[in-house]
Design a protein. Structure first.
Length: 202
């Protein structure tokens, strides 16, 4: 709108015009923000897959050198779960021989998460985040009371990210594999498995 007063010309917007502009900006923001958040989730999922593939490569290199995979906690005699967290399980990949330069962190576990006490999940993640990926082992051996499971030599392993729901589903009794087709923030762990046999096979 243009007004003339005492030989001067003033330009400005009417209230209606301002309201229309604000409404258009609001509509664009409502469209853009969800797309931006979805893009963030997709990027984190892609990063988790890439990180775990790198870890899997280093785990296989460790197996070539030691003829076994890095031990999970219950593969060790006199295992104390309170001092063997997820980072400790993967530490043999970085020292004394560096099969991977550093342990990558789970992009879905960068802030503190209070897990239900009855699940015992908190033992896997002592201290403050960020935390690395969950590493578990399986074996075709059953062991006995005098030896740790798998006789200390697991022949399969799994790597997991908490996924967008930030819950370790496998630990609370209903293992669910994350699938983005169920929705970008759906339940489930992002998981890969590897080894000489199908996990949990006899």
């Amino acid at each position: 709108m243009i007004k003339k007063q005492m030989g001067h010309t003033f330009s400005g917007f009417t209230l209606i015009e301002l309201l229309i502009v604000v409404a258009i900006i609001g509509i664009l923001a409502a469209i853009a923000v969800p797309n931006f958040l979805n893009a963030q989730v997709r990027a984190k999922v892609s990063r988790a897959h890439a990180d775990m593939r790198s870890l899997a490569t280093s785990i296989e290199a460790y197996r070539v050198s030691h003829n076994t995979y890095p031990p999970d906690g219950d593969d060790l005699p006199n295992f104390n779960p309170t001092d063997f967290d997820t980072a400790a399980r993967l530490r043999p990949l970085t020292t004394p021989v560096s099969y991977i330069t550093s342990l990558p962190h789970d992009p879905f576990h960068t802030s503190y998460i209070e897990f239900p006490p009855e699940t015992g999940i908190q033992l896997l993640f002592p201290g403050n985040p960020p935390h690395t990926y969950i590493y578990t082992t399986y074996g075709s051996h059953t062991g006995d009371a005098r030896q740790p499971p798998n006789f200390g030599k697991p022949d399969n392993y799994g790597l997991s990210s908490l996924g967008p729901n930030q819950i370790f589903n496998a630990f609370i009794g209903y293992p669910v594999i994350y699938d983005s087709s169920n929705g970008l923030t759906s339940d489930g762990d992002i998981t890969i498995v590897g080894g000489q046999r199908t996990p949990l096979s006899p």
